[in-house]
Design a protein around this ligand. Structure first.
Ligand SMILES: Nc1ncnc2c1ncn2[C@@H]1O[C@H](COP(=O)(O)OP(=O)(O)O)[C@@H](O)[C@H]1O
Ligand SMILES: [Mg+2]
Length: 269
């Protein structure tokens, strides 16, 4: 029997309101998908197809002039129209977003440690000492050998890959049921990319966490996804289990993404 989805997105439409003689401009058009407990949904699409806006809509982060219609349900609760104080209970501790650009996700004037301690204390009633202990534990979980050093450093002192691991640690330490990772490996070299994907796979198994994995790269999606949706010009043009989409792509755009994938070309599935 199929379990209830953890996250259900139905007919999500994101548009910019028309002004004067400008018509309404729809960016994301009637997008629907489900994420099931413990599963990875890959969201594949070229740049500008509306992936990031979709992630932000799920977190209820979109502001004017962007408007949202449709339904976004997290374990049956409609999140799109929840008041701010209610959405904050879900954001971070239930659904965590690892944003596309790690350097702009952290405030440059605070150390990694203070980001982690403040994040924990915003969600849990714990002492600074306890929060530091938990932070160090999660920095070790993302493979930092010298977690104490990283804790004291500022974001600009870390490489893109290290920062991405820090963001995953921050997301992970609140034990979310769903982690949304928006292009987690795009700016990284292949070795670092593999490291990040291995970590996500490990945490999926260790915590039974669901992942919404967003990427423009079929190589990345094919490493982890159980199910895939393909977005093109704001619409879902293809959806299904990974192997079905890989072996029987219905849409020319999906076929072009598969052809562009070096890993799949080498026959690694
Ligand atoms: N605040 C905004 N106002 C108007 N258009 C926007 C805004 N943010 C993004 N867009 C546009 O929406 C489209 C989709 O953006 P995005 O979701 O970032 O795409 P992706 O993540 O798939 O590359 C892009 O064409 C972008 O220019
Ligand atoms: Mg994006």
């Amino acid at each position: 029997m199929l379990r209830e989805p953890l996250l259900s997105v139905h007919d999500l439409t994101i548009f910019v309101e028309g002004q004067a003689c400008k018509p309404v401009h729809e960016i994301v058009k009637k997008v629907s998908f489900n994420v099931f407990p413990g599963k990875v949904l890959g969201v594949l699409g070229s740049s500008g197809s509306g992936k990031t806006l979709t992630c932000h809509a799920i977190m209820n982060l979109l502001k004017k002039p962007l408007n949202v219609t449709g339904r976004i349900q997290y374990i049956g609760t409609e999140v799109l129209y929840l008041p701010d104080h209610e959405i904050r209970k879900i954001r971070g501790s239930e659904v965590a977003l690892v944003m596309q650009n790690p350097h702009s996700s952290l405030n440059p004037v605070f150390t990694i440690g203070s980001h982690m301690v403040e994040t924990l204390r915003a969600h849990q009633n714990i002492s600074r000492k306890e929060a530091k202990k938990i932070s160090l534990h999660y920095l070790e979980k993302v493979d930092f050998e010298h977690a104490g050093d990283i804790f004291k450093q500022y974001p600009f002192q870390l490489s893109g890959g290290m920062l991405q691991r820090v963001l995953i640690a921050i997301a992970l330490m609140l034990k979310p049921s769903l982690m949304i990772t928006d292009e987690p490996t795009s700016a990284l070299d292949k070795v670092t990319q593999t490291h990040i994907l291995n970590l996500l796979e490990k945490f999926k198994h260790e915590y039974g966490m669901s992942i919404l994995l967003v990427s423009h790269d079929f190589d990345v999606i094919s490493r982890l996804a159980d199910e895939v949706i393909v977005m093109h010009e704001g619409m879902v043009v293809e959806k299904g289990p990974l192997l079905k989409v890989l072996n029987q792509p219905q849409h020319a755009f999906t076929r072009s993404l598969i052809e562009a994938s070096s890993r799949l070309k080498r026959g690694i599935k």
